[in-house]
Design a protein around this ligand. Structure first.
Ligand code: NAP
Length: 277
């Protein structure tokens, strides 16, 4: 029941109406009997500067941050944790003692989703399609202890991300355009971190003949079975959908705000109910 003691957590972004985070977090608060509520706030660009001071004034516990503010919000925060500093993007904020601290749980969310299916992700050859926000967080996380190649439509962006990660982590990260014929044989794990697969008529970035014996993860979760995952299934490869990352990045944020790990089965079920509608 919402009452005078209820604590507020918000999502800021634009647009936010499609977000599944309120469903996921409110289900987890209820399940854990926590007196919190999670709401989505669509924030105009010219009002972003008021969000953190307003939140401090109101005693808001924290936020998730989504497109297009994961980088722009940083200048209004008091501190960043190691991960957010490394990636230079924030998807979670907690306000403690009037200090707004930024975190990034996207990379660890993707790692947990993979590890749930295949165990420790270490020393694999990983191909990541995309060089946008999601690819960035996932590539930084997985390049810590795997060999990563970043492949992107705009090759310049793949190059600059690969160079930035190589420099910051002191590990060699390769890059490529979308044609990966020369390297695909040596790849163990393929991750789609582009938006390809969201539209009905999208063509897969790789077809089944290239996916035999691979582990294939798509970050796109709407639809859950993307064109790439259909190709993976045709090749009898392990196909991992984007729901896992969504749930685990949320679980990590939930822990930051409340100190408690949410029940993953509860959050998964709540989201699946909405996605299936
Ligand atoms: N499961 C999760 O929890 C989770 C979390 C975050 C994001 N995602 C999903 O990940 C996807 C990417 O999100 P984002 O935030 O990284 O977006 P973003 O920053 O806008 O980046 C989009 C990426 O997709 C590429 N791309 C777009 N259209 C393409 C096309 N027709 N062919 C080839 N590449 C194309 C872009 O390449 P260029 O650089 O060449 O434009 C860029 O690399 C979205 O579908 C989102 O739903 C999932």
């Amino acid at each position: 029941m919402i009452n005078a003691s209820t604590k507020l957590i918000g999502l800021i972004g634009n647009p936010v109406k499609h977000s599944l985070s309120p469903i996921m977090h409110n289900a987890a608060f209820k399940d854990k009997n926590l007196n919190y509520v999670y709401l989505a706030f669509e924030v105009d660009k010219d009002r972003l500067k008021y969000v953190i001071d307003g939140a401090k004034a109101l005693g808001i516990v924290g936020f998730n941050v989504t497109i297009p503010y994961k980088v722009d919000i940083i200048k209004y925060l008091d501190e960043l944790n190691e991960e957010a500093k490394l990636i230079n993007a924030v998807n979670t904020i907690k306000i403690v003692d009037d200090k707004a601290i930024g975190y990034n749980t996207d990379g660890i969310g993707a790692r947990r989703a993979l590890e749930e299916k295949i165990g420790k992700v270490e020393n694999y050859n990983i191909l990541i399609f995309g060089a946008g926000g999601a690819a960035r967080a996932v590539a930084f996380e997985l390049a810590k202890n795997n060999n990563v190649v970043i492949a992107n439509r705009t090759v310049e962006k793949a190059k600059s991300l690969a160079e930035e990660i190589s420099k910051k982590l002191n590990r060699r990260v390769e890059y490529s355009g979308l044609n990966v014929d020369d390297i695909i044989e040596d790849i163990d794990i393929v991750i789609n971190a582009t938006s390809v697969g969201m539209k009905k008529d999208d063509k897969p970035l790789l077809t089944s003949d290239k996916l035999k014996n691979k582990i294939v993860m798509d970050l796109v979760y709407s639809p859950l079975e993307t064109v790439l995952l259909k190709e993976a299934k045709k090749a009898n490869a392990l196909a991992i959908d984007g729901l896992g990352m969504l749930i685990y990045q949320g679980a990590e944020a939930f822990k930051i705000w409340t100190g408690i790990e949410p029940n993953i089965d509860v959050t998964r079920k709540a989201i699946l109910e909405v996605l299936k509608k």
